[in-house]
Each structure stands twice: as structure tokens, then as C-alpha cells.
Ligand binder design. Sequence first.
Ligand code: GTR
Length: 324
Amino acid sequence: MKKIGLLLLMVVIVISLSGSNMLAAAKICKLAEVHPDGYPTAEGDKKFAELAEKYTNGRVKIQCFFNSQLGTENDVVEQTKLGVIEFTRVSIAPVVSVYPEIGVFSLPYLFNSHEHQWKVLNGPIGQHFLSAVEKANLVGLGYFEAGARHFYARKPLNSLADLKGLKIRVQPSPIPVAMVKLLGATPTPIAYGEVYSALQTGVVDGAENNYPSWVTANHYEVAKYLIEDGHMRQPEILVVSKKFFDSLSKADQEALRRAMREATAFQIDAWNKYESKMLEQAKAKGCVIKKANIAEFQAAVAPIFDLPEHKIYKPWVERIRATK
Ligand code: GTR
């Protein structure tokens, strides 16, 4: 009789604890990242993981996988969509294949400064895209800084004319492809992890990226001529699988959003320090950096806004340009 009483008591305790979330098992999640540990997005990921665990009282534990260990950006976006990977940090470019509208942020010379970009990302437009990406079974938690992208090649780049006819590696995404065509070069989509060897072996003549990627991925060793044209300011995004997100309590969902807000501020700070350090490192290595005639590049890519397939971006472009 005593034993039955004890058993009943235990059952009651278990039921009430599970209702109060205290017994919810810790979920070990994966986060995919193409950059190495120490790169500003990787630092942002780690900060996010640390805060997510703290604010969910250990119910969400995140393990970060760097250096494309879980696959290319296009692959991990698919895997996150399916819920196989819970979190992924990618550029906007690979998200375009599952949710085309977000490609507006890939358009060249859309943002005129870091300040303009973050005003848009933190305002109603940026927030709209974080929730609208749900159409692709993803939930956008927030953005990270990626600076501006420039062209670099194995041969000197002094002006737009030097890009003509070159094979340029681009992210496997439609807007970079269209943009490079308008500049008179041949776009060659290749996954990030394979760009170094493509440059080294001459499969491509050049590529385009921000200073930290040019340096940390060692592209600068084999493509040391850079023309600073700042054609794109594509933000990075951290997405979570909607399937996983929906399985969390409202409080844990809010805990993840809070963790990302704080991780973003941390990452922007890390970015600013790292970007100038990488530029100095490239100069010290003897890289040749030229300032572009930006007006010339802007004029060449201007038709991108009027391409029939880019009609969907028009209203957003107008709103973004009007954001002061
Ligand atoms: C980097 C970005 C990566 C990846 C890479 C690329 O700037 O941080 O997420 O998209 O560019 O060019 O593939």
C-alpha cells in the first residue's frame, strides 16, 4: 500500500513538472557555417549559441559546425528547410533559391552605406523578410554584417574594362550571375569552399567578395589584384528550421530572438574590427588595391533593375531607396 502511494506521488510530480517545462529535454541542435572559427560570422554564431542556451535555461543547446562541414550554403539551406539542420548562417544569396523575394538585398548598389543598410534591416522592410521567409519553411532570426563586396583577379584590375571577358566566380544565385554578365565578364557559379582551388588552378580568373573572405579563404594569395568597387552589400542571415522553431514554447522562441538581437550587435562590432585588420594584412602581403570609378560600375549594372525577372523587386527597391 505504501509503495502504491509513493508511486502515485511520483506520477503526480512528473506530470506537474512536465507541464511547467522543467523536464523538457535539452535539444542538441546543429548550426551550419561556411567560415572558419574566428571569422566574424563564426564569432556571431558562437555568441548566439551561448545566449540561446542561457536564455532557454539549457533547453536549446547549439553546436556550431564551421568550414562548410555540413555542406555548401545552397545545401544547408535545403537541409534547414527540411529540418535536418536546425540553424544555418548564410549569405542572402543562397536563400534566393528557396525564397526569391529576398533577392532584393542582393541587388548591386542598393544600399549606399552601412548606416542606410542597417536602417532598412532593422526597420519594417528587414523585419518583413525575416518573417516572410517562412514561405520556405525557415524562420529568419536576424542579420549579420558582411560589408561591401569587390572584384579581385589574378591579373591587374584598374578599371571596369579589365573585367571584360574574365571568368569570374560568383555565388550560385541568379542576381550575382546577372550582374557579372552586365559588367561584360563571364559568371561562373561555384560553392564557396571550392573557390580557392578554382582561382589557383585558373578555372576562373577572378572572384568577388568582401575583404575578410578574400583574406581568410586565402583568395588573396592567388588573386592579389582587387578593385574596390563595393558593388554589393549583401547581408548575412541566420535562419532556423520552421519545423524546429514551431516545436518550441513561445518563451523559448522569444529567447532565441533575444539571443540573436544581442549576437547581431556583438557581430557588427567584431566585423568592424576584423575588416580593417584584413585590409591591412592584404596590403602587408603586397596585394594591389585600386579605387574603382564607381559611377562607371553603377551605370553598367543599372539595367539589372529593369530585367523582367526582377519586376518583383521594384516596389521594395523604391521603399529601400526612400529609407533615410
Ligand atoms: C561571404 C559570405 C559567405 C558566402 C561567401 C560566398 O562573404 O559570408 O556566407 O556566401 O561570401 O561568396 O560564397
